[in-house]
Each structure stands twice: as structure tokens, then as C-alpha cells.
Write a protein that binds this ligand. Structure first.
Ligand code: PLP
Length: 393
């Protein structure tokens, strides 16, 4: 058996053993419900309060502005539907702006609001996946209530100019949400510097547990809860708190933010070697996403004349875990909506491969990928009449 080489950190990351250690007591000894009054519950409440403070400090926010959720999908839904519905209830506008390359958690939340009578504008991006501030400026209307633009894209890694975009929204009195799910492991989450009103993250993308996330909601931003019941999370998200998960999220966020510089440098080194090595060895290949305004761990390439899914299967046989486009859509052989919005032709977009590196990857692993991937592409291309026609002239 080949050693597993995990290159799909944008899909999920392994749990950091230090995070597991911090979580463990809250599964067993400290099992109390934080809403109860006796000691084992008070201890759970204390852990919850400390986790909230840790997250608030990292965000430069106050603990009351931190809402724990079940992950990125819920955070995105709560931000978008929560603000839209609260504003509609106040008789404010019903227009929302988002981007064409957002994650489906945002896009589908917006589509469901459209079905409920809201209007949504989906902004285009350029060939690198960048959303230009001017494009947003032109789309804002008097009835716009919310703008939601991702901090960094999950497929191609392009980092959006959030400070400028949020500034434009605010100049028009419009709230601004950012999906920071992919950014949280690498970029600053200081909500004062970013100037955002809502920001969602998910622990399993930065070496924390799955099924737990956080939505930052700036004080004063109107928000209707999606999940109703008890008074938890200041009535913005009912349900007994996932104490071990929340402790895990806070610990993972603290560690990844403390170690951000070294992790970014490590990942960027491996990323650049992969990009350079693959583009140098494989003809008819291109890099998707911005070359420099890019997450340090993301490589996304298109190989003409092959299907990304076939490449994945071949890599899997060698123990290499990768993704074609977004993990959330893999299985469906449709070209990625992100690559399509960036102007990549559908037949080329089908040949996309995403490799996202992480903490545990080594240069040796990267060299191993560089030694096998060109051969895999060539082997698959030899089955393509279009390719053979092209190379034979
Ligand atoms: N937003 C982005 C940009 C993502 O990459 C993902 C996960 O792939 C999500 C949201 C959804 O997060 P979760 O898996 O925690 O629901």
C-alpha cells in the first residue's frame, strides 16, 4: 500500500491532536448542560464562555457578537436569511447582492430567498475570479439590504478585496457578510480591519472538529433566528450548545491564528512547487485563480483533453487524495460554476484538478505527486481522439 498523501485540505482537515485533547473532557467528565445550575453544568458554561471570549479576541469583537453554529453552511444561511428576513419584517428593501462564484451554502440560501419574493443580483468576476469593487458599486440599489461576498474562494483560492467591498456597502448603508470559511486558517479575521458586519467560519477547515462553526454578528445588525427553541446564543440560535465542539473550534482557531505565518509559508512553498512543477511538465495545462491574490494552500489547474474525475480515480489508486473543483459537488459531472463564471470553457472546466496542501504535507510528498501526475494525464489523454489529433497536428 502506498502512503496516503492528503491534498484536499479545502474539503476538510485532520483534527489537531492538541484540539482533541482540549475537547476530550467535555465528552465525558464535564458533560453538563451549560444552561443548568449545578457544578458540572457551571463548568461546561465556563468552558463555553471562555471559548466565546477566545473567538471574540481573535476577531476583535465582543463575546456577545459571537454565535456558535453547526458549521459554515448554517452560518451562511443564518447570515443571509436572518438579515434578509429581519429587514423585510421592518419593511426595508428586499434586494440582496452576492457573487457568482460563492459556495452553494450562499447561492442556495439566496435562491430560496428569491423563491420567497426577494431579488438577488449575482455579480460576475474576472478571469482570475476577482470581484471588482466597481462592479459592486454599480449593483447597489436603494432597496439593497445585504451584500454577501466570500473572503477567499474554495475552488480556486482567489482572495477577494473584502475591505474595499465592505466599504462600498457601508457607504450606501448596506450590511456586509463574508463567508470566511476558507480564509480562516490563513488570513486575519479582525472584523474591525475588514469592516464586515457578519462573518462565518467552520472549524473543520482549520484542524478543528466537523459540525461546528461560528457566525460573527455585529452589534445592532438585525437578525431573525432560523432555528427556534430555547434562549441559547442570545436567541439567535436555539439548541443545547455543542460544548466539546465549541471548545474545539476555539482551540483550533487560536492555534491556527497563532501559527498563521509559519503555516502560510510552509503551504505557499509547497503550493508554488506544485504549480511550477505541473505547469512545466504538462502541456495544455493552465492555472485557475489569481496568481498572487491567492490562498497559500490552493492549486487549481485545468488539463485539456481529460476529465478531472478520471484523474482523481487514478490518483486515489496511488493513495493521493485530491478534488476536481469543489468537494461538495464532486460526483456530479457538471463543470464547476466557479470556473464557468471565470470564463473557462465547459469542456476545459471538466478537466480541473484542485490540490490543497496543509500542515502535515512534506516536500517529498509533493515530489511524489510531481513524479506521477504528468504520466497519469498523458495516459488518459492517449484515450482522447481530440488530443491525438492535436498532437499529431
Ligand atoms: N463556505 C465555503 C467557502 C466552503 O468551502 C464550505 C465547505 O466546503 C462551506 C461554506 C460549508 O461549510 P460546512 O462544511 O462547515 O458546512
Amino acid at each position: 500500500m502506498d502512503e496516503m498523501i492528503y491534498l484536499d485540505h479545502a474539503a476538510t482537515t485532520p483534527l489537531d491532536p492538541r484540539v482533541l485533547e482540549a475537547m476530550t473532557p467535555y465528552f465525558s467528565q464535564v458533560f453538563g448542560n451549560p444552561s443548568s445550575v449545578y457544578r458540572v453544568a457551571r463548568e461546561a458554561r465556563k468552558a463555553l464562555d471562555e471559548a466565546r471570549q477566545t473567538v471574540a479576541d481573535i476577531l476583535h469583537a465582543s463575546p456577545q457578537e459571537v454565535v456558535f453554529t453547526s458549521g459554515g453552511t448554517e452560518g451562511d444561511n443564518l447570515a443571509i436569511k436572518g438579515v434578509a428576513l429581519a429587514m423585510a419584517r421592518q419593511g426595508k428593501g428586499r434586494h440582496i447582492i452576492t457573487g457568482q462564484i460563492e459556495h452553494h451554502a450562499v447561492l442556495h440560501a439566496c435562491e430560496s430567498l428569491e423563491a420567497a419574493g426577494f431579488e438577488v443580483t449575482y455579480l460576475p468576476v474576472d478571469d482570475d475570479g476577482l470581484l471588482h469593487p466597481q462592479t459592486l458599486e454599480e449593483a447597489i440599489r436603494p432597496d439593497t439590504v445585504l451584500v454577501s461576498i466570500m473572503y477567499a474562494n474554495n475552488e480556486v483560492g482567489t482572495i477577494e478585496p473584502i475591505v474595499d467591498l465592505a466599504g462600498i456597502a457601508h457607504a450606501h448603508g448596506v450590511y456586509f457578510h463574508t463567508d470566511a470559511v476558507q480564509a480562516a486558517g490563513f488570513l486575519s479575521l479582525d472584523v474591525e480591519e475588514l469592516g464586515v458586519d457578519l462573518l462565518s467560519i467552520s472549524a473543520h477547515k482549520f484542524y478543528g472538529p466537523k459540525g461546528v462553526g461560528m457566525l460573527y454578528v455585529r452589534r445592532g445588525v438585525p437578525l431573525l433566528p432560523l432555528i427556534e427553541g430555547g434562549a441559547q446564543e442570545r436567541r439567535r440560535r436555539a439548541g443545547t450548545e455543542n460544548v466539546p465542539g465549541i471548545v474545539g473550534l476555539a482551540t483550533a482557531l487560536r492555534l491556527v491564528q497563532e501559527e498563521r505565518d509559519s503555516l502560510s509559508a510552509h503551504c505557499a512553498h509547497l503550493r508554488d512547487r506544485l504549480i511550477e512543477g505541473l505547469l512545466g511538465a504538462i502541456p495544455f495545462a493552465r492555472l485557475n485563480g489569481h496568481r498572487t491574490q491567492r490562498l497559500p494552500n490552493n492549486v487549481n489547474l485545468c488539463f485539456e483533453f481529460v476529465e478531472g474525475e478520471s484523474v482523481l480515480l487514478k490518483l486515489d489508486q496511488l493513495g493521493i487524495c485530491a478534488s476536481s473543483g469543489s468537494a461538495c459537488t464532486s460526483g456530479a459531472l457538471e463543470p464547476s460554476h466557479v470556473l464557468r463564471a471565470m470564463g473557462v470553457p465547459p469542456e476545459v472546466a471538466l478537466g480541473s484538478l484542485r490540490l490543497t496542501v496543509g500542515r502535515m504535507n512534506t516536500s517529498e510528498q509533493i515530489e511524489r505527486v510531481l513524479s506521477v501526475l504528468p504520466g497519469i494525464i498523458e495516459e488518459l489523454r492517449r484515450m482522447s481522439p481530440l488530443y491525438l489529433e492535436r498532437v499529431r497536428g
